[in-house]
Design a protein around this ligand. Structure first.
Ligand code: HXC
Length: 492
């Protein structure tokens, strides 16, 4: 049944008295015109306690079905906050589980609109089990079909964990996400906090990393969702859509990256000078900003970009950046998307906070993600690659298909100053004035890119302006493994 034919039934009117868009209207705006086909619109819960026998709205507060985005099939569901608070009971859960399972069977992405107070309190354990079944369905689908969660209102409990199990979370400026709301926080901990400060877009877009995208409003969230889908294959059994190749932005790559390796620059300007149309759909742009990740196209084909951001914390790797990179690499690997890795990294951030919070464990996730990835992966060292961070950033030794480097790049165990202070310590104690010469000597004899190229750690030293053409040539030749399921996309 199409949306155009489906008038909202009188049975819904009491629960639809609240302001805001209906779930059906939202799906209609997300999907191609007139493409929504609903399933389960007559479904109602069978619960009777706490007055629910007098409130049995059609659809049970969630619209489910299938439609198309840019002509490609997508399975969808949308919770309706105006119906029983969008809360999830047994019937509501059945509809979501069915949609996700159907997406896996049909090999199409699933997009869920979340706008819900979580498990329906009146339905008790049946509601909790409902969320358990939704989570299981999310996990069953993981790595088989892309899963995108749009969070368009206040979401609590299970309405946050289901998105967290999906591949991407798009949150609007009006949305909030928390396991327990401000009232429970106050009762349990005494902390006074409002919903936005507890789980608003600043929290999840900037500090927790839960939201991959923050959108101004519903319309902007739908646009991000459509854009994201345009880069992704419909399933792990399919190839990503191919677009007409476009030239990158015309920039002087040499001028963007300063010779002095302590000078910052925005690596997104380098990306713009390499990828089709200069466009990057940046993922988690506000979180762990020292690592830029996102989707672009090179030669019309989707690539995942992973790049150290010299403009933020000097591009150092830390535990958040490692986690951010690891899950993105795992997603790209699950869905056959080649990786292009742009390296300019001084090392891992040192200190008690990093060690105590598990930088070893989190860094290991990024190592594991790159080393196990079977998609084509090409690294370009722009300026420097030091120590453990050199290895982690898709080095040859981790199995990169090719490592390129710009002519002034430096690869070493650490920066020249630190290295000279350690290996020439006795000499410097006696003749401190030699320090500059010793540093220059170390730079020449131990860090120069020629040395890495001679021993095969770098496959080719290329002029910056040739970066795109070399990547195009390599990516054409690196076909990757045949499509098919390889692994899930475990939340990090
Ligand atoms: C039943 C619910 C509900 C719920 C909201 N409503 N949440 N009904 N079960 N979980 C109903 C309200 O009773 C109200 O109904 C209507 O929805 C709107 O709610 P308001 O509170 O007026 O809206 P708002 O001020 O916007 O606040 C939204 C909210 C808040 C922050 C989501 O409603 C809230 O905190 N709800 C409870 C959250 C919660 O603890 N959920 C259970 C989590 S456990 P009327 O009839 O008055 O219009 C869970 C299990 C999985 O989800 C856990 C995994 C970790």
């Amino acid at each position: 049944m199409t949306s155009a034919l489906h008038a909202e039934t009188p049975a819904l009117s009491a629960d639809h008295a609240r302001p805001g868009d209906s779930a059906r209207a939202r799906l209609t705006r997300l999907l191609d015109h007139d493409s929504l086909v609903e399933l389960g619109s007559q479904r109602r819960h069978q619960a009777a306690s706490f007055g629910l026998d007098r409130r049995r709205p059609d659809s049970d507060g969630v619209i489910a079905g299938t439609g198309t985005v840019d002509g490609r099939p997508v399975d969808v569901y949308a919770q309706d906050r105006r119906v029983l608070g969008g809360s999830l009971g047994e019937a509501h859960a059945d509809k979501i589980v069915r949609t996700i399972d159907e997406a896996v069977r049909g090999r199409v992405p699933v997009v869920g609109i979340n706008d819900s107070g979580g498990a329906r309190i009146q339905e008790g354990v049946a509601a909790l089990d409902g969320y358990g079944r939704v989570f299981s369905a999310n996990v069953r689908a993981s790595g088989h079909v892309p899963q995108i969660a749009l969070v368009l209102g206040p979401c609590a409990g299970g309405a946050t964990y289901s998105p967290a199990l999906m591949d991407f979370v798009v949150m609007t400026d009006e949305a909030t996400m928390f396991l327990t709301g401000p009232r429970v926080v106050k009762a349990v901990t005494g902390e006074d906090v409002d919903a936005r400060a507890l789980g608003g877009p600043e929290v999840h877009g900037g500090r927790s990393g839960v939201a991959h995208f923050v959108a101004a409003d519903d319309e902007a969230a739908f646009a991000i969702c459509r854009d994201l889908l345009s880069y992704l294959p419909s399933s792990s059994s399919d190839a990503a859509p191919v677009a007409p190749a476009r030239p990158p932005v015309d920039v002087d790559l040499r001028a963007i990256v300063p010779g002095d390796d302590r000078q910052p620059y925005d690596v997104r300007d380098v990306i713009a000078g390499i990828v089709d149309g200069g466009s990057l759909l940046e993922v988690q742009a506000g979180w762990a900003r020292n690592l830029v990740i996102g989707f672009s196209r090179i030669d019309g084909r989707t690539v995942g970009i992973v790049a150290n951001q010299a403009a933020w914390l000097a591009g150092v790797l830390d535990l958040q950046a490692a986690e951010k990179g690891a899950r993105f690499v795992r997603f790209c690997d699950a869905f056959g998307i080649p990786l292009v890795v742009l390296v300019d990294v001084p090392g891992f951030l040192p200190g008690t906070a990093q060690e105590g919070n598990g930088v070893i464990r989190k860094g290991a996730k990024l190592l594991h993600a790159f080393a196990s990835a079977t998609v084509p992966r090409v690294t370009v060292v722009l300026r420097k690659a030091f120590g453990g961070s050199y290895i982690v950033m898709n080095s040859r030794s981790l199995g990169a298909d090719a490592v390129l480097a710009w002519p002034d790049a430096e690869l070493a165990v650490m920066g020249a100053e630190g290295a000279a202070d350690i290996i020439f310590r006795r000499q410097l104690d006696e003749r401190p004035d030699d320090r500059d010469d010793l540093i220059a000597g170390y730079r020449r004899d131990a860090m120069h890119v020629d040395l890495a190229a001679q021993r095969g750690s770098v496959d080719e030293i290329i002029a910056p302006e040739r970066t795109r053409e070399v990547l195009v040539g390599l990516l054409r030749s690196l076909r990757g493994r045949p499509p098919g399921f390889v692994h899930d996309n475990l939340p990090q």
